[in-house]
Design a protein around this ligand. Structure first.
Ligand code: CTP
Length: 436
């Protein structure tokens, strides 16, 4: 295969921040000093062409990557971390900026008899092991050749055509998490997955088994897909490529799920424009929505299989468990604000947004969840625990009960000032039975 090469020095200088430019220039000089070759690789090269900012500086070295990382750290007053036996390391710079360093794949040719092993490392070999052509370009950093593009597999052509294309037949078998990456890049950049690559994905989805270790990487890919700008389209594509079964075999991309996802998109847009300061975890919301038809037991097992944190698992479960009953209750003709509050108060923001998407069919329920999100959950009492202590009440369950009652009264509009609240509390101290 012919390797295209041309120089991107001007593009790098134009599109890259001063900081990154300095780092890559120093990297080139360090490599030169050590008689190595250093290359900028991976997503940062792709994004340079696309004019998208990418601060992940990945450098691959033909030579000893660890020794290079140490020298680079010396030159940039940084520190080397995370050294692995695969020749990778991270150089951390002031302000937390990170540079990932890798050693280009080394090929060992056994010489006959006792002669030493000859090592030949090559950037082309290294690039060939990567996922897609658009991610398999490299830019040489050594001075003199700084900016030289090494594009052995047509990455620039595919970027121009808008195509996600695998590098070889075995790509998805080598690393099945790539079946999700294909969707992620195709959705992010609005690229097509080429037909041959789709066939390889199809073969891989028929065969793929994710062991304990890989499943965490699959989870990380799902988190990234569901955090992208348009997860609904990505989920549709995952369904077309038979990928949803890896989340759970009972997930069906049917009319009901499509509707729920569409509602979710609207709900999130509404929420972001109404309360822009709050940042709900988008991936968790979409993940929860995908599990909405599963039983609580199945959903819990799925969260645990993907090693979600306890907290995230609870959010997923809370957006399912007992929700139909809550929605029925919230649809009743007359409900006071405190009755709405009482139905929703235990739900996290993420669960509330899923519930709101599920409630979309009923205007009254949607409005009530919206009222809760916009106003009710913000209502706080002015009286504090200290006020109650001053009134002679000892902290305990009775304490909490009285405060909750006061909050409900405030939600229903009967307490305006702190004095109102204090009077209400005083009145209730005598009324609320003490178990002690
Ligand atoms: N890579 C790969 N196979 C994977 C993961 C990564 O070949 N399963 C390679 C790709 O060349 C990729 C690079 O490693 O470009 C860096 O991976 P990563 O940081 O996950 O992706 P980026 O391409 O940088 O994309 P993003 O913008 O999402 O960070």
């Amino acid at each position: 295969m012919k390797t295209r090469s041309r120089n991107l020095k001007a593009l790098i200088e134009e599109k890259t921040s001063h900081r990154v430019l300095r780092i890559v220039s120093v990297a080139g000089e360090v490599a030169q000093e050590m008689d190595y070759s250093a290359y900028l690789v991976g997503g940062v090269v792709r994004d340079l062409f696309l004019g998208v900012e990418n601060l992940d500086v990945d450098i691959t070295v033909e030579g000893d990557g660890i020794a290079f990382a140490k020298k680079l750290a010396e030159h940039l007053s940084g520190r080397v971390k995370g050294i692995t036996r695969f020749g990778t390391a991270i150089v951390t710079l002031r302000g937390g900026f990170k540079v990932d360093v890798a050693t280009a794949r080394q090929e060992y040719y056994e010489r006959p008899a006792a002669l030493p092993i000859v090592e030949a490392s090559s950037i082309r070999e290294d690039q060939f092991r990567r996922d897609f052509t658009i991610n398999a370009m490299a830019i040489k950093l050594n001075p003199g050749e700084f900016g030289k593009l090494i594009d052995s597999f047509g990455g620039e052509r595919d970027l121009k055509k808008g195509v996600v294309r695998a590098l070889h037949d075995g790509s998805f078998i080598d690393d099945p998490t790539r079946i999700f990456r294909a969707v992620r890049f195709s959705e992010r950049y609005q690229f097509k997955i080429d037909e041959w690559t789709k066939k390889l994905i199809k073969q891989a989805t028929d065969l793929a088994m994710f062991d304990e270790l890989t499943i965490e990487r699959v989870r990380d890919e799902l988190v990234l897909i569901f955090s992208e700008k348009n997860p609904v389209r990505a989920i549709k594509k995952m369904a077309e490529l038979h990928e949803l079964k890896f989340i759970h075999p009972r997930i069906k991309f049917n009319k009901q799920l499509r509707k729920l996802l569409g509602n979710l998109k609207e709900v999130l847009n509404w929420f972001r424009s109404s309360l822009p300061k709050e940042k709900p975890s988008q991936w968790l919301i979409y993940f929860s929505a995908l599990l909405h038809k599963l039983t609580v037991k199945e959903a819990r097992a799925t969260c645990q299989r993907f090693h979600l944190s306890r907290k995230d698992e609870e959010k997923v479960i809370r957006s399912k468990e007992g929700i139909s009953r809550k929605l029925r209750h919230l649809g009743k003709e007359k409900l006071s604000p405190s009755q709405i509050y009482c139905q929703l108060e235990k739900l996290s923001l993420e669960s509330l947004l899923v519930v709101m998407a599920r409630a979309r069919a009923s205007r009254i329920v949607s409005e009530r969840v919206s009222l809760y999100l916009r106003e009710l959950r913000q209502v706080k009492l002015k009286v504090t625990g200290d006020d109650l202590k001053e009134l002679g009440l000892k902290p305990g369950p009775r304490f909490a009960k009285i405060l909750k009652k006061a909050l409900y009264a405030k939600l229903d509009g009967s307490l305006k000032t702190k004095r109102d609240e204090l009077n209400y509390v005083k009145m209730n101290i005598s009324k609320t039975p003490s178990k002690a």
